[in-house]
Design a protein around this ligand. Structure first.
Ligand SMILES: C[S@@+](CC[C@H](N)C(=O)[O-])C[C@H]1O[C@@H](n2cnc3c(N)ncnc32)[C@H](O)[C@@H]1O
Length: 288
């Protein structure tokens, strides 16, 4: 029987020793900003043991060494660690804020046909950027008067493939009205509905890492960035890096929308806090 099948990877009797678990968590933290530790042992062990099995490594130590030299395996491990929870029309009041306050403000300095770039980072399986597209089509009368570009980005390359495919189950669709589901999704098959082709093509997906300035800045500058439900997984140091990178990725006068538990003091040091009727958001100063 292989070590993996026996589930006995270390002399401590635990599948993964405390030291090995710490090394793996440090690796994931350095690459992603996500903080894991002993208290998440069950979550971590299941994923690492699965990756060791799949990669054919002889031991946990051998697998840790492999991670440092094999970028594909590092990507697979990171993909397995990410928490991809999301759904359509999550925190809809921010979409309302986009249509009622943010875009009306941005277009005061634009002409008809001008480009407006919106980033959903992290976008997970696509529900957030597709929600932005659907919400604007449904509610923003000027949607055709401007060239709106929507980009979805995430560190998890596997979940981005799902986003491009655009198949969704009931859990993802629960907040959408029957009418919207009927008009924007194909008929149900195997408990899933596929987003219609026109909508799938309206969003471009690119992988990027919010704590890696080079990969983030390769996406270009944006007028609006939705960065929701990611910073909660970070510690202060990673949050500071992420906020600095968000700032750099915004055009002067551009807006950042965070999840409702993420309105941090740190944002207000760099950004102007703007209290619109539907949401509190953060703006890079117009002359900034
Ligand atoms: C909980 S989902 C949030 C999805 C969506 N924004 C929402 O609020 O519904 C968190 C996502 O963050 C991504 N993620 C984790 N670390 C990241 C990083 N360093 N850069 C970019 N995305 C990251 C994960 O892959 C995951 O898909």
């Amino acid at each position: 029987m292989s070590e993996t099948a026996a589930g006995d990877f270390s002399s401590s009797g635990m599948p993964i020793s405390a030291r090995e678990l710490e090394d793996i968590c440090n690796f994931v933290y350095d690459r992603t900003g996500m903080l894991f530790g002993e208290q998440k042992r069950y979550y971590i062990e299941r994923r690492v043991i699965d990756r060791i099995t799949q990669s054919g490594s002889a031991s946990v130590r051998a697998y840790i060494s492999m991670l440092r030299t094999d970028s594909r395996e590092a990507e697979r491990l990171i993909n397995s660690f990410t928490i991809n929870e999301t759904y359509f029309y999550r925190e809809e009041h921010q979409l309302t804020c986009l249509g009622r306050s943010i875009l009306p403000d941005l277009i005061t300095s634009r002409g008809a046909g001008d480009k407006i770039r919106i980033l959903s980072m992290p976008c997970s399986s696509g529900e957030e950027p597709y929600s932005i597209a659907i919400w604007l089509l449904e509610n923003w009368p000027l949607v055709d008067a401007y060239n709106i570009e929507i980009i979805g980005s995430d560190i998890d390359t596997a979940i981005l493939r799902d986003a491009i495919e655009g198949y969704y189950g009931q859990r993802s669709l629960a907040r959408l009205s029957d009418d919207i589901v009927k008009r924007y999704f194909e008929p149900e098959q195997d408990m899933q509905r596929r987003l219609i082709g026109d909508l799938r093509e309206s969003v471009t997906f690119r992988s990027a890492n919010i704590i890696d300035r080079a990969s983030f800045s390769a996406l270009g500058k944006f007028d609006v960035i939705f960065c929701r439900n990611l910073l909660i997984y970070f510690d202060d140091a990673a949050r500071t890096t992420a906020v600095d990178n968000l700032y750099e990725a915004l055009s002067a006068g551009g807006y950042a929308c965070l999840g409702h538990t993420e309105s941090m003091a740190r944002m207000s040091q760099k950004f102007e806090t703007v209290r619109f009727a539907d949401a509190i958001v953060f703006r890079r100063a117009r002359g900034g």
